[in-house]
Design a protein around this ligand. Sequence first.
Ligand code: GAR
Length: 218
Amino acid sequence: MKRMSRIAILASGRGSNLQAVLDAIDAGLLDAEIVGVFSDKPSAPALKRVANDLRWSADAKSFPFREAFDAELADAVNKCRPDWIICAGYLRILSTAFVERFRGRLLNIHPSLLPKYRGLHTHARAIEAGDAEHGASVHFVIPELDAGAVVAQVVVPVQPGDSPETLAARVLPGEHALLLATLQLTCAGRLTERDGVIVIDGHPLFTPLHLDCAGNLA
Ligand code: GAR
């Protein structure tokens, strides 16, 4: 019998994506367990969503340089023997050493239709550009920021009068559904990445999957 997938979550803030994963596990929708939640911000509300013994945090600002913090983070993540490491609202750029150590099992959820709007302020940038559609992407993490192969996306309409906040609020439930649907693939052992090529059920994926309104990827 296939064993349950072990998921580590990296989060810097609120943790609603983490909560969506926890809820899906509780509801029997995802054959996985959260084996650790890791933060660069000891006060991150995300940490409080799991038991004490699953939390790790350190103040990234108290480290002399990025690599020093990431080395401690990587050792802590590695100790919990995760199959998958998910950046779910992790707002620090990961060092190349960290990414290389976990490459191929490190995913990020990003609030834009990549390759549009890498980095921050994605909702404001979509509104400023006059985009009719916005959304979120789950992608493999590579050293270049938000540039790894995209597994799946959810598209959300931009409505007249949207502010970055109203648009973000419309995208967020889509993010939760997108992350769950992607994790269902990974945890079923159906998704891998090698040398930048995503393989699903043995076939290379040339364009990202899309989440439909029933929460399925196609
Ligand atoms: C989410 O919108 C996520 O896509 C975004 O931060 C938010 C975290 O929300 N991530 C990034 O911007 C990464 N570049 P959450 O803490 O409630 O899951």
